[in-house]
Design a binder for this molecule. Sequence first.
Ligand code: C5P
Length: 242
Amino acid sequence: MNNYSDRKDRVIVALDVDDIKDCKRILSNLEGQISIYKIGMELFTACGPKVVDLVHQTGAKVFLDLKFHDIPNTVASACRMATRLGVFMLNVHATGGLQMMKWAAEHSRAEADRLGIAPPIILGVTILTSLSEQEIRDEIGINRPMAEEVFHLAELAKKAGMDGVVASPLELEVIKKYVGKDFIVVTPGIRPAWYVTGSDQKRVVTPKMAFDKGADYIVIGRPIVQDPKPSVACEKVFAEIQ
Ligand code: C5P
């Protein structure tokens, strides 16, 4: 992703707030700057599907980041419902397994087909960017190195028919090189150079580094939405990715 305006259109802002008023404030502050917003479990649980409509009314697209993880039948039904909301992108946990991801993709595409709309981009979440290699080993019991585990899950997601994965920018190059360059990689864990770190995200890089390494989309939350002036923070991110 080397073209600057292309990069700007691929910055996804995470609307990690818990009420509609705050959400409206951010949307109006960033109007004309951002074309894709991520609605995660906090905002969706607080406000429900009407918040998806709210973003759509501004002309922007929605990445519905609910990270479904359940038995295949339940996840497939949830993906069908998410598709009905007209979202641009949605995701499921890759650790839910091959059948779960397969059914998720099939049901989402069949629903889009039935409605005559474009199918959402469907992604598998590999390993959360908040987890370190030591944590996945000592707490979860995954004994292979992080990069190997992420690569394994990305391959599984591809086999299941996912359009791509959500992965840390640190594993981006390996996924692009070995799983395929057309396999979409969305990367959270982005920290602009000017942002003071010290949060829960452990595997982080700057916006520019993520695009340079081949990210198709980057997700930025707190550095923009918690800034007193989101649009100024957003401009600073744009300046960085040029
Ligand atoms: O505030 P911050 O920039 O860390 O926000 C990152 C966003 O990306 C959060 O909404 C979080 O839920 C999401 N995310 C993540 N790691 C993943 C998948 C999604 O941090 N692997």
